[in-house]
Design a protein around this ligand. Structure first.
Ligand code: PLP
Length: 387
C-alpha cells in the first residue's frame, strides 16, 4: 500500500543530505574536546555545523556561545527558561509573559518558575490571534521575560513575536525575549536579527534532520550581560552553557538538513501553502470545519470532524496508508482534550474530534486528493458520537 505521510509537525523523514553527512561524521569519531588530530577533526565538524545552522537562522558569523547544541528542542527551551531565571545576574522584575497555547516544554517549565515565585501571564490566542491589548498592558518595568512560540504546533497560527518583543523591550530594555521557533524554522520567513529575540529554540527532526538534536541561539547581549546559566553542569562543553560530549553525528545531520532546507525554503514555503489551500478548498461544502488562524504557517491545517472521534478517523486513515495526527505527538499520551484547541476556542467535544494535517515540501497534490477522498469516505461511513 502506498504510504502518504502528513504528520510532519510530529517529525519529518531524514533528508538525503542529512543521511550522507551523518554517515561521514560516523567515521570521524574523535571527541571535539580532545587535543589530538582526531579531536581537531571533530571540532572542525562542530564549528562548520554551527556556521550552517547559524546561516539558516540568518546569522552566519556567530560569536563563541551564540549557538548552543542541545539534545532536543525541549532541552533548548528548558535552558532558555530555567537558565535565564536562575542566572547569577539577578533582576528584581518577576513577570513572565507567554501565551495560553505554548508547547509543554515551555508551559511545564513556566509552572516550575511559578512555584519559585515568578508571576506568569498567559495571553489569550483565541481563534489563533494573540491578544495584543493584554500584551501591551503587561509591558512595563516588571517584565522579566517573554517566551512566545513563532508558530503553534497544533493550529499553525503564526504569532507576531517581532511586535511583542519590540513592545517588551521598549517598556523594559533588560527584559529577555525567548522564541520557541521549532515549528516555524524554515517553514515561515524568519530572521534572527529582525525578530529581536535574545534566545531562539530550534530542533533538527522538524526540518528533516535527525531526532535528538536541538539548538539554542543566544544573543550577544545575553552573553555580555551574563544572563544565561547552564543547568547541565560538567566538563564545560558548548562554551560552558551545556556540558556533555557533543552528539557530533546528530549535529552534522542537523547542519546538513538546515543548509538543504534553507536553500529550498523559497520554493518549499509556497508549495506547502498551495497544498494547504487545495486541502481547505477541497473541504468546502462538507461537514468538516477548518480551524484556520488568520495568519498561519503554510504547513499545518487543523480540522474538526462532524461527531467523529479524532482517534477513530486517525485509525481509518492509517488503514488507508495515510498518517495524520490527533493533536500534537507529545500530547498523544495526555488525558483529555488538547489545551491548545480549547485555547483556540473549541469546545472539549470539538477538540476531541479534531485532527492535524501537516505537510512537508515532498508532499504532492496527489497526496491531498487521496486525503480528501479518504476523509469523505470516513465521514460518511464512521459511526458518529453525540457531542
Ligand atoms: N516546541 C514546539 C513548538 C514543538 O512542536 C516541539 C516538538 O513537537 C518542541 C518544542 C520540542 O522539540 P523536541 O521534540 O526536539 O524536543
Amino acid at each position: 500500500m502506498q504510504q502518504i505521510y502528513l504528520d510532519n509537525s510530529a517529525t519529518t523523514g531524514l533528508c538525503r543530505e542529512a543521511k550522507e553527512a551523518m554517515c561521514e561524521a560516523m567515521e570521524c569519531f574523535g571527541n571535539p574536546s580532545s587535543l589530538h588530530s582526531l579531536g581537531a577533526h571533530a571540532a572542525r565538524l562542530l564549528r562548520d555545523a554551527r556556521a550552517s545552522v547559524g546561516e539558516a537562522l540568518g546569522e552566519r558569523f556567530l560569536k563563541d556561545g551564540q549557538l548552543i547544541f542541545t539534545s532536543c528542542g525541549t532541552e533548548a527551551n528548558a535552558l532558555a527558561l530555567l537558565g535565564t531565571a536562575h542566572a547569577k545576574e539577578r533582576r528584581t522584575a518577576r513577570t513572565i509573559l507567554t501565551t495560553d497555547s505554548e508547547h509543554p516544554s515551555v508551559e511545564n517549565n513556566l509552572r516550575l518558575l511559578e512555584r519559585e515565585g515568578f508571576s506568569v501571564v498567559r495571553v489569550s490566542t483565541r481563534g489563533g490571534v494573540l491578544d495584543m491589548d493584554t500584551v501591551r498592558a503587561h509591558c512595563n518595568a516588571d517584565l522579566f521575560m517573554v517566551s512566545m512560540m513563532l508558530v503553534n504546533n497544533e493550529t499553525g497560527a503564526r504569532y507576531p513575536v517581532e511586535e511583542v518583543f519590540a513592545a517588551a523591550k521598549a517598556a523594559n530594555p533588560s527584559c529577555v525575549c525567548h522564541c520557541d521557533a521549532v515549528q516555524g524554522f524554515l517553514k515561515v520567513p524568519m530572521h534572527i536579527r529582525t525578530m529581536g529575540a535574545d534566545l531562539v529554540t530550534v530542533s533538527a527532526h522538524k526540518i528533516h534532520g535527525p531526532k535528538g538534536v536541538g539548538a539554542l541561539y543566544v544573543s550577544e547581549r545575553m552573553l555580555r550581560e551574563r544572563r544565561l546559566s547552564p543547568f547541565l553542569c560538567g566538563g564545560g562543553q558548548e562554551f560552558g552553557l551545556r556540558s556533555g560530549t557533543e552528539n557530533t553525528v546528530g549535529i552534522a545531520g542537523f547542519a546538513a538538513a538546515a543548509k538543504a532546507g534553507a536553500a529550498t525554503a523559497r520554493t518549499a514555503m509556497p508549495h506547502m501553502a498551495h497544498l494547504a489551500a487545495e486541502l481547505v478548498a477541497g473541504l468546502a461544502g462538507n461537514e468538516i470545519r477548518v480551524n484556520r488562524p488568520p495568519v498561519a504557517a503554510p504547513h499545518i491545517v487543523n480540522i474538526t470532524l462532524p461527531h467523529i472521534k479524532s482517534e477513530t478517523m486517525l485509525h481509518f486513515l492509517s488503514g488507508k496508508g495515510i498518517s495524520v495526527s490527533a493533536g500534537s505527538a507529545c500530547s498523544s499520551h495526555a488525558a483529555g482534550p488538547s489545551t491548545v484547541l480549547l485555547a483556540f476556542g473549541l469546545t472539549p467535544a470539538e477538540a476531541a474530534s479534531s485532527i492535524r494535517i501537516s505537510f512537508c515540501p515532498e508532499n504532492t497534490e496527489g497526496d491531498v486528493k487521496a486525503l480528501l477522498a479518504a476523509l469523505g469516505e470516513g465521514v460518511s461511513s464512521l459511526v458518529r458520537t453525540k457531542h
